[in-house]
Design a protein around this ligand. Structure first.
Ligand SMILES: NC(=O)c1ccc[n+]([C@@H]2O[C@H](COP(=O)([O-])OP(=O)(O)OC[C@H]3O[C@@H](n4cnc5c(N)ncnc54)[C@H](O)[C@@H]3O)[C@@H](O)[C@H]2O)c1
Length: 485
């Protein structure tokens, strides 16, 4: 199986730890200078590059097609169905953009196990953010090449790899035409609200990366395969915290005696969340105008690290972020508890949001793919299983800590965000349940397992990353320094 491999030069060319990030510079295309992308573990071809005229897209090194996993012949010993690998033409083809990230990696493996033909598209920028800011996943994560190679050796299943930036239409259209997806699952965005609030370059980067990337996906579908179903990750954060129930995407309003069903109002509270609102409008518009089919999954905050597939081998392990920029509430609290740091509740702690287990993220993806939207339809699903306030989560982690003999304290820290700290919150979530979602509710045992995970990797925890470091009020270089310091 061949794959087009494009590598973001930010990894090769930017100085590690540099604080200033300029994602949009110029593009390099395949030609004569050699660059060995792999370690000796991967006996793959050397690839070549040469500068060409600057494109609007990111600074990218493009490589030639490479076979993967040749060093690891299939050993299907885990009951994986091999029959369909011989008849791949009948299998649904799913392109997972952002497949090296937290939700994307777990999803790519799950879909591959469920016999979908899977390709990952990723420019590895998430790994670059860590290098630039001096952050790291709690869990050690293997390179994407080692990950897919290990998957192949364990299951016999190939995951194709397209390394490149979806904001670069030349790259993305080549990948799209090469793989010919039936479904594109789009996780490939800058997804941290604090990151988008650090300084102007990162606010701009978040909006251009997310909005242009999504537009490119829409244009590729329109140009090359109008029937392809787009499954796009949005966030519950787009709705804000209105003082009325949150519906799933649309609300029927009667105004001055007339009634209409309209997109539910959005009240985003960071440049990241705003990029999602733009995405959602662009997708809605494209569905109406071009007849594209799309599902927008407004996801709640994801917790947990283990899925059946990532548990199969340490090289398949998912990332777990606990720092103040990329870490999400419950994951952060478990890590804080594990190192004896008080749980950091922002302000009054009444901030309530929807949450879900990463095992349900992958289940929701499978359901959305198996039950596609109709041509021209723009569906919106609210993807979460339970609501918690930050205070509730702190109490749950403290209780779980007690059982494990860990003395967990909670402190109130000044809220770095601008948000309501006590508010009404009642969001609907019926559509995925109707499609068959069987939620994994947050249980004591899940928190125990997350806590145990955090304890197991305690030595990797960087105490400097525990406190929040990005404020919504200060904007600029000082903030970046305080994260990277
Ligand atoms: N993690 C959560 O709790 C959560 C909650 C709500 C919504 N979401 C949404 O789910 C999606 C995935 O989130 P995640 O937590 O897995 O994020 P992540 O940062 O772990 O993964 C995103 C992946 O996309 C890649 N990427 C980013 N820009 C790209 C580009 N231009 N071209 C190619 N690849 C690119 C990154 O390298 C990374 O591997 C995001 O859209 C996010 O907004 C996540």
């Amino acid at each position: 199986m061949a794959q087009l491999v494009l590598v973001p030069s930010t990894l090769e060319l930017s100085a590690i730890g540099k604080q200033c990030f300029k994602p949009q510079t110029q593009c390099c295309m395949v030609n004569s200078t050699t660059l060995n992308l792999r370690t000796s573990k991967f006996p793959l071809k050397r690839v070549t590059f040469q500068r060409q005229k600057p494109l609007r897209s990111s600074f990218t090194v493009c490589a030639t097609t490479l076979p993967i996993g040749q060093d690891a012949p299939p050993q299907p010993t885990n009951g994986f169905d091999q029959s369909s690998s011989r008849d791949s033409s009948k299998r649904k083809r799913v392109m997972v953009i952002g497949g090296d990230g937290y939700c994307g990696w777990a999803t790519a493996l799950h879909l591959s196990k469920k016999n979908y033909e899977v390709a990952i598209v990723d420019n590895l920028i998430r790994r670059t953010f860590d290098l630039q800011l001096g952050l790291d996943s709690l869990t050690p994560i293997a390179s994407i090449h080692d990950r897919v190679s290990r998957w192949k050796s364990l299951t016999g299943k190939t995951i194709e790899l397209y390394i490149g930036d979806i904001c670069d239409f030349e790259f993305f259209s080549a990948a799209f035409k090469s793989f010919e997806p039936d479904t594109v699952v789009h996780f490939g965005e800058q997804r941290s609200a604090p990151y988008s609030m650090m300084d102007r370059p990162r606010a701009l980067f978040t909006q251009s990366n997310n909005v242009i990337g999504t537009l490119n996906v829409l244009f590729a579908i329109k140009e090359f395969s109008e029937d392809c179903h787009l499954v796009k990750l949005g966030t519950m954060g787009e709705y804000g915290t209105p003082n009325i129930d949150i519906e799933e995407g649309y609300i029927t309003i009667t105004h001055n005696g007339r009634t209409d069903t309209l997109p539910y109002p959005k009240q985003a509270n960071s440049f990241y969340h705003l990029s999602k609102v733009h995405d959602s409008n662009n997708i809605h518009f494209s569905c109406k105008t071009w007849g594209i089919r799309a599902t927008d999954l407004n996801q709640g905050v994801v917790y947990g690290v283990r899925t059946d597939e990532t548990d199969m081998h340490e090289e398949l392990c998912n990332r777990l972020d606990y720092d103040g920029v990329f870490g999400t509430a419950l994951n952060r609290f478990c890590v804080q508890a594990a190192v004896g740091h008080p749980l950091t509740v922002y302000g009054k702690g009444g901030q309530t949001r929807g949450y879900l287990d990463i095992r349900d993220t992958v289940q929701c993806m499978e359901l959305a793919i198996a039950n596609p939207a109709k041509p021209g339809e723009f569906r919106v699903f609210n993807q979460f299983t339970e609501q918690f306030s930050v205070r509730d989560l702190a109490a749950l982690v403290s209780k779980a800590g007690e059982k494990l003999g860990i003395d967990v304290k909670t402190i109130t820290v000044p809220n770095p965000r601008i948000e309501k700290e006590e508010h009404y919150y009642n969001a609907k979530r019926t559509k995925l349940i109707e499609l068959g979602l069987q939620p994994h509710y947050l249980s004591d045992s899940l928190i125990d397992s997350l806590l145990n995970f955090a304890v197991a990797y305690k030595d990797r925890i960087d105490m400097k990353q525990i406190m929040p470091s990005v404020s919504w009020k200060k904007f600029g270089a000082a903030q970046v320094r305080s994260v990277a310091a």
